[in-house]
Design a binder for this molecule. Sequence first.
Ligand code: ZN
Length: 319
Amino acid sequence: MKSLTLFKPTKHIQLGHLYEHIYCDRVVEYLFDKNVYASVDYVLDGKMYHGGIIVVEFAAFTQEAENAIKDLLTLRLTINEDTMLNAWNQVESEKQEPFGHSGFETIIAELKELDNLSWQTFDKLDVINLNDVRRQSKPFYISTGKLKRTKSLFIDFYLDTTTVQKKQQLLPLANRLLSVIGLNTQYFLTREMGIYFDDEIMHYDKKSLTYRLKFKTYPELEFSDDELGDAISYVIKELYEGGAFERLCTELQSIPQSLEYWIGPSINWVYDSSYQVVGAKGWKRLATEDNVRELLYGIHVNARFGTRHIELLHDSNRI
Ligand SMILES: [Zn+2]
């Protein structure tokens, strides 16, 4: 496994926060276009440390993701009004506070300047001391006042009762499958809709298995049922066609050889959502593409946005 840790100090705290979101979105998009997928191939975590240091951590699990590592250091970002406003919506959704600014042009110019500043990597870094980072709140800052009321968006992926009862033995695999679909959906929707991922919950009660994603949103968010449905179908189809589930099976099949067991599924998480514990032998038997396909046919999706209930995927034509 290879990893990459990047640092960038900035005197503009919330502007740096915008930049961190634009950068992470770009990394995910870049990798998605190369058929390199979150949870299967890599994990990514971006943070804005209060006071002005951007930290991005990336860990590659597969050769596909390792090959892309060097590109992440020099990835060119598209910084314009669209990407800036999208990141703005994301941070507003995240913080649930209103933002003030000194003009879009100034924000874009400062973001470009930050983009021209090279990342510092863990292997070459001595120390960045927060005391040395001069802070300045403008041109993008949390303003006084209250944000208008926002609604949460919940997306539920679930296996119908028939699938749960007939395919009991496949539930641990369903758990991994739903996590992969969930994380990639999460990244995709964040980028497309300017929302913020808040939480994930897997719930199993012997009759059904539900995996819920919760997003925080911003006040003006609007979207149609079809837009949301199409986005989720698109992610599942891309994952399928881009070989994500194939690689997931290969990884699960080779857990004992890799010695990086922690990359594999958490025993607790699998147990809570299937009442089963699975060892290497079990994963070898369960992690097949036929089983993945069977499960995909049993997955349904619906959503709730405030009080609006949205029926999404209820057919088996997704793949
Ligand atoms: Zn953030």
